[in-house]
Design a protein around this ligand. Structure first.
Ligand SMILES: [Fe+2]
Length: 217
């Protein structure tokens, strides 16, 4: 359950519209490494996580990504507000305008619609956490790319804030991965799924006496 606060996590106050920038930044709304994918990924993965620390990190970060989705939507909205159809068409955002006018719709910078295949929920905490670590770095790289082409300080400010949060999330997922690995036998860090495999089999694998096809005896 969530309680909605009527404010953004970090303020967005853009006074100069720029539809071309809106097209670039839209990728962090519905693109492959964007905030929708991040929030859906973590809030879905949390259920298979067998350890409380992992569940807490996935829920915290997934919730924060929803707030980031809201910030990105606000940036896109403010960058396109009040423009004429001619200004939008001249900026390269014309195809988006034809389908969505000035509405917010999840797609990548190249126009590819958001798709749940952008993320996984594998039901294996180690697999999922490695994906989460990579996702945070990919999101940071995208923000770096955006910052290379944005000069307006009113746009740079919230983008820099979001970029810093990706670095914090990477650190937190690293801590969660360490905690999950601490529950596993050191010789079988990646051979078993701690969320699914039989605990007795996991113990046997730890003792080196499991003869299943996964452990190999
Ligand atoms: Fe993140």
């Amino acid at each position: 359950m969530w309680r909605y606060e009527k404010r953004l996590q970090h303020p967005v106050n853009i006074t100069t519209p720029n539809p071309q920038l809106a097209q670039f930044i839209a990728s962090q709304y519905g693109g492959p490494d964007g905030e929708i994918a991040a929030s859906m990924r973590y809030l879905s993965q949390r259920y298979a996580m067998p350890y409380d620390i992992g569940k807490a990190v996935l829920t915290d970060v997934g919730t924060e990504e929803l707030a980031h989705m809201e910030m990105i939507a606000s940036i896109i909205h403010q960058l396109t507000k009040g423009l004429t159809a001619e200004q939008i068409a001249a900026s390269g955002l014309g195809p988006y305008y034809i389908d969505h006018t000035n509405g917010i719709w999840p797609q990548a910078a190249g126009g590819i619609p958001f798709n749940a295949c952008e993320f996984q929920s594998k039901g294996d905490p180690i697999t999922d956490l490695f994906e989460d670590l990579a996702a945070e770095q990919k999101a940071r790289s995208t923000y770096d790319n955006i910052l290379r082409v944005v000069t307006d300080p009113e746009v740079c400010d919230p983008i820099r804030f979001l970029r810093e949060r990706e670095i914090v999330h990477f650190q937190r997922f690293g801590e969660a991965l360490r905690a999950v690995q601490d529950h596993l036998d050191s010789r079988n860090f990646y051979a078993l799924n701690p969320a699914f495999d039989n605990p007795a089999k996991t113990a046997a694998a730890a003792a080196g006496s499991c003869d299943c096809s996964v452990c190999g005896g």
